[in-house]
Design a protein around this ligand. Structure first.
Ligand code: ADP
Ligand code: MG
Length: 310
């Protein structure tokens, strides 16, 4: 879907990105991670030509991105950023409708689409007529994501979209975006410097440093087969165990055919969260429910130790 071949970008003679090659498959959730200044945002913005690359080629759907009109390209790619960038004097409705209005969608179609998106992002239908300042930070960020999705773009680009939120709101929005990705199957490229966020979201992780890709792979590959000390250190030796637990879920690890009458946990709970539950409840067994709220099995504390992620 998106291919970078030996791409470089310089600002005032200094390389922000150098010799970067990257293939992003259709429908994949790719997360660019790295410390501040590693070239993540520059890489992302080269995809929708907010920044023009100066060496190499970037292709979108098989065509060099320079062959597209930038406006047309941007309408095919939703873009959401940390500062949200909602227009303060526009209602939620008008903000979400930005791209559909540019595309001259009929009024009825736009209104119906806004209804769909509010529902998708768990926003109250009555928020339509509010202004951004009348919403919480988390709600504003949801509107930002709704706006990015409005014209059903083929690609969703997100730059630290949840960076400014408190941990609880952030966790909720992370789950939301995973659900939306599973539901819509859109290609997503998200930038973050937060390791746990990256591990929770990515199908494919791309670790950048100094404008270069150091290693890319699935979260499990990156944690278990780091290419060098930099990668190992980046993902944190000491917390490696808990981070691996975050990749597995209770449903996959539970023992089928067993049951105990205790307050149960959902199958979607990560093993890392399950570990907290074991500790909080002072127990070594947890009942696990499936998505239909039916008994699925029992997770044993010992199962955490043999769990190998996915
Ligand atoms: P990240 O998003 O990983 O924090 P960036 O891609 O924003 O990193 O920046 C990479 C490097 O390029 C940094 O050294 C940054 O200072 C530089 N840079 C980014 N944008 C500009 C710009 N518009 N002008 C000059 N330098 C820039
Ligand atoms: Mg950045």
């Amino acid at each position: 879907m998106i291919n970078f071949n030996n791409v470089s970008k310089h600002f005032a003679g200094k390389a922000a990105v150098s010799d970067l090659s990257l293939n992003i498959a259709k429908g994949e959730f790719t997360v660019l991670i790295g410390t501040s200044g590693s070239g993540k945002s520059t890489t992302l913005k080269m995809i929708n030509r907010l920044i023009e690359h100066d060496e190499g080629t970037i292709q979108f759907a098989g065509e060099e991105i320079r062959s597209f009109n930038p406006q047309v390209l941007r309408r095919r790619m939703g873009y959401a950023i940390q500062s949200i960038g909602l227009f303060p004097h526009w209602t939620v409705e008008k903000n979400i409708a930005t791209v559909p209005a540019l595309l001259n969608w009929p009024k009825g179609k736009i209104s119906a689409r806004i209804g769909e998106l509010l529902a998708l992002l768990n926003l109250d239908e009555r928020f339509r007529h509010r202004y951004p300042h009348q919403l919480s930070g988390g709600q504003q960020q949801r509107v930002g994501v709704a706006r990015a999705l409005a014209a059903d773009p083929e690609v969703l680009l997100m730059d630290e979209p949840f960076g400014a939120l408190d941990p609880v709101t952030r966790g909720a929005l992370q789950q939301e975006i995973v659900r939306i990705h599973q539901l819509l199957g859109r290609t997503i490229v998200l930038v973050t410097h937060d390791i746990d966020e990256a591990l929770a979201l990515a199908d494919r992780l791309v670790l950048m440093d100094g404008g270069q890709v150091i290693q890319q792979g699935t979260p499990y590959e990156m944690l278990t087969r780091p290419k060098n000390d930099f990668v190992r250190d980046f993902f944190g030796r000491s917390e490696l165990g808990v981070r691996l637990l975050a990749l597995g879920n209770a449903g996959a690890a539970a023992r089928r055919g067993e049951w105990i009458e205790e307050e149960a946990i959902p199958e979607s709970m990560t093993l890392r969260e399950a570990l907290s539950q074991f500790i909080a409840r002072q127990t070594d067994r947890l009942a696990v429910l499936d998505a239909q709220q039916k008994p699925l099995g029992v997770l044993h504390f010992a199962d955490l130790l043999r769990q190998r992620g996915n």
